[in-house]
Design a protein around this ligand. Sequence first.
Ligand code: RIB
Ligand code: CA
Length: 302
Amino acid sequence: MAKQVWIDCDPGLDDAIALMVLASRPDAFSLRGITTAAGNQTGEKTFRNARRIGAYLGLQAPVARGADRPLRRPPLTAGDVHGEDGLAGMRAGNSLLPGDPRPAAEFLCDSLTAAEEPAVLIATGPLTNLAELFAREPGVKEKIDHITIMGGSLSGGNVTPYAEFNFCADPDAAQAVLCAGVPIHLLGLDVTHQAYLADEEIRAFGGLGTKHGGMVGDLMAFYAASYKKTGLPGTPVHDASAVLYEAEPSLFPGAEALSLEVVTSGERIGECVRKPGGPPNVRWVTSVRRAEFVEALFSCCR
Ligand code: RIB
Ligand code: CA
């Protein structure tokens, strides 16, 4: 039975691959909405990218534009990693899915309230929209089964030595969502750095000769340039990990119940830390079967 899912994202190269996985698995997902936030690129660009990638992939879901800036911090973007347009200049035609006229938080509130079954949210960008949703309509939490989030790190950051990008971009929103009382499955850098593609695997995606394979090959080749100096054995597919976790949880065998919070000021702002003695508030995913993960991604591209 396909899960009703909503994705909140900041496309972004790996967000685009996450959308490709959603489009490739109609057996697993009934996509009910896409919301976008500023993050990898500006709010205007991530909104356009979601509509462009959605049209390119043949997705049929409303796309609602969310926050152009974090709750409190100044905007943080990553054009040096994702390119000036946020999609590495990807050739994806110029068709766009229509944009929903409502702001993301309003769209999510209306859409979740109307949902017949408990909803699954997948979040792969800064959590500004979800924080605004819960502030606007706390009751909507009752309609959510759980949220699967790509964000945070307990092993050092990728923006600062402490903070992962999504939590660093909007630490106040990340903290608000972790404390919202909604069940959270959290995939931080600790597991997404294990969910990588080696260079030869990236080339193999391009070699498939398919639309999805070419997309993964091109986007990951561009993304790989930012990972050369990190010492990682390959290029992580951060956001697609969150979607494949939802489709095939057995790919991610390790997890622990943790009590986590987010630092919202000072030098370590955006850092994800254990809250001593607090009740667990997240299922912290700790491992991935990498070979099977790569095969699952390949199967979305054949
Ligand atoms: O730290 C990686 C995360 O930040 C990914 O979601 C990437 O797309 C960026 O949003
Ligand atoms: Ca992202």
